[in-house]
Design a protein around this ligand. Structure first.
Ligand code: ATP
Ligand code: MG
Length: 335
């Protein structure tokens, strides 16, 4: 599906609404009241579709002050998480460039969310590790302040070591699953020799115990997966520091495409892909390559300022939607 319209017409708005309906949250902002139309009391998105042959209906209502209400097949869901575990949607929005360009914390958060989608059994791990780490850090500071004994730290150190090793291994497994598809997608999009890596180091108890004095002094745990990073390279260049804007963009797209391929294989149905403004900065050859790399049999929504963004002679979109601002004159067509 191709969504076209001039700047400010509401293309990203539509894509964001579909994401909220499918996943329960916005890919752009955590400030949910911003999703409500100016002057309105609440926002509601309803989606209807099929997934793996079964009918699916979702409804997400955001009422500032009253919170968020999620329904899945007309039954209230305990949380938005339920939507995420039932439906897969992957998004590319221009600010996702930060996944390659940004600091390690952005990448860790992104890979940990991917972990939840690709290896759902491991979804709670990042949260569990984060909580154990926070408890240990709190215990370190209490011990340093003389409010608690060193013995009281031990259970937290053991828990951090255990969960840290599990999280590190899960991330390495995730990256190993994605890496071949990532290199292939990047290559197809014109970025040769791209690689994705994550070296599993585990978190031995002895390592944590060995640096106890330093950790006590700083009041924080100085080793573990909360400080690790994934490598995104092209040849021997690290794309974060040395990639061009176009190369970083290609790498983010290749990440999305490789995750889509892995999800399609593991779930039996390809995820919904929501690609905002992907075509504008790609040359004609790369645009064709991107369209050819989209998952077969799945749905993809692409936004562009005009239908000319599609390469001539290539596949036509199944649906062309033209959006316009209220009160402005423009063609509204749906084919
Ligand atoms: N809560 C809101 N209520 C009403 N309008 C809003 C709200 N938030 C943003 N807007 C406006 O909606 C309009 C459409 O924005 P949107 O980002 O969807 O445009 P777009 O078609 O993606 O444009 P571009 O081609 O520049 O990316 C903008 O003018 C924006 O200011
Ligand atoms: Mg936009």
């Amino acid at each position: 599906m191709l969504v076209v319209g001039p700047n400010g017409a509401g293309k990203t708005n539509l894509l964001e609404a579909i994401h909220v309906g499918a996943q329960g949250f916005s890919p752009r902002t955590r400030a949910e009241p911003r999703l409500v139309r100016f002057g309105a009391a609440a926002a509601r998105v309803r989606l209807e579709g099929t997934e793996g042959g079964a009918d699916v209906r979702t409804e997400v209502t955001i009422a500032p002050g009253a919170g968020k209400e999620v329904r899945l097949n007309d039954v209230p869901a305990a949380s938005a998480e339920e939507l995420r575990s039932r439906l897969a949607a992957l998004v590319f929005v221009p600010d996702r460039l930060a996944v390659v360009k940004g600091g390690p914390a952005v990448r860790r958060a992104y890979f940990d969310r991917m972990l939840g989608r690709v290896l759902p059994a491991q979804a709670p791990l990042p949260g569990e590790y984060g909580r154990a780490l926070a408890q240990r850090n709190e215990a370190l500071r209490r011990t340093r302040a003389g409010l608690s004994s060193r013995e009281a730290l031990e259970p937290w150190t053991r828990r951090v070591a255990e969960l840290g090793a599990e999280l590190d291994a899960a991330r390495a497994r995730l990256v190993a699953l994605l890496a071949p598809g990532f290199s292939a997608a990047a290559e197809a999009l014109g970025l040769a020799g791209a690689s994705l890596g994550y070296e599993e180091r585990g978190l031995p108890l002895e390592e944590l115990e060995g640096r106890l004095e330093r950790d006590l002094e700083r009041g924080t745990t100085g080793v573990g997966p909360h400080l690790r990073d994934a490598d995104v390279h092209a040849g021997d260049r690290e794309l974060r520091g040395f990639g061009s804007q176009g190369e970083q963009r290609t790498a983010v797209l290749a990440l999305v495409l490789s995750e889509a391929a892995v999800l399609a294989e593991r779930r039996g149905t390809p995820p919904l892909l929501l690609l905002d403004d992907v075509l504008s900065e790609l040359d004609a050859g790369r645009r064709s390559a991107l369209l050819a790399a989209l998952p077969v049999g799945g749905q993809t929504l692409v936004t562009a300022t005009s239908a000319d963004a599609l390469p001539r002679g290539g596949p036509e979109p199944a649906l062309l939607v033209s959006v316009r601002r209220e009160g402005t004159e423009s063609l509204a067509e749906a084919a």
